[in-house]
Design a protein around this ligand. Sequence first.
Ligand SMILES: [Zn+2]
Ligand SMILES: [Zn+2]
Length: 210
Amino acid sequence: MTTAVTVALAVPAGWAVWTLAEYLLHRFAMHHLHGRGIMSREHLEHHVTSGWSFDRNHVLSWTGMLLVGGVVWAPLGWVLVSPLAGVTVAAGWAFGYFFYEYQHAVAHLRAPRTRYQRLVRRHHFHHHFGAPMRNHGVTIPFWDHVFGTHEAPDRVRVPRRLALPWLVDADGEVRPAFAADYVLVGAAEPTERLLTLDRARAFASVAPAD
Ligand SMILES: [Zn+2]
Ligand SMILES: [Zn+2]
C-alpha cells in the first residue's frame, strides 16, 4: 500500500474504532457499573449536576486513552499491516478521542454553532435528562442505531435546576433559538430532597425527576 492510501484508510479506521469504544465505555463502563470504579463514579457525578469543568481526572483519562492507542492499536496495525498503519491508526484513535472530549465539553458549555453541534446536544441532553440508558454515543448516534438504544423526542425535557447555561436567558426561560428543541420542566430552585434524589437517580442511571 502506498503511504497516502495507508494514511487515508488507517486514520478513519482508528477514529471509527474510537466511536465504538466511546459507545461501549459510556454504556457499560460508566452507566452499567452504577458508580463502581473511578470512570463510572466520575461520569455519574457529571450526571448529578450536568455541569462540565476541568479537573485532574481529565488528564488521567487523556493519558489512559493515549496509552491504549500506543500500546494496543499501534502494535496491532504495525503487525497486521505496516509500521505506518500502526502509527496512523493510533493517531486516528487519539484524534477521535480528543474530538469526543472537545465536543462533549462544548456541548455543556456553549450554544451550538453548527447543525452537527445542534444534533450532538439534542442527542446528549436527552441522554442526560430523559433517558440515561439511551443515546450513549456522543459524537455520533450511529452505534445507538446499531444497538437499538437510540431515542429522539420531539423536544428534550430539561429540569430547570439543571438547565445548561447557554440554553436559558436572564429570566431563566429557554432562548427562542432553542425553543423548538428543548422545553423546561419543574422549579428553578431545587429542594434539599430533590438534590438528594438527583444524586441517587444519577447513580441508578435513571433520569432526574421534574
Ligand atoms: Zn454530558
Ligand atoms: Zn452518561
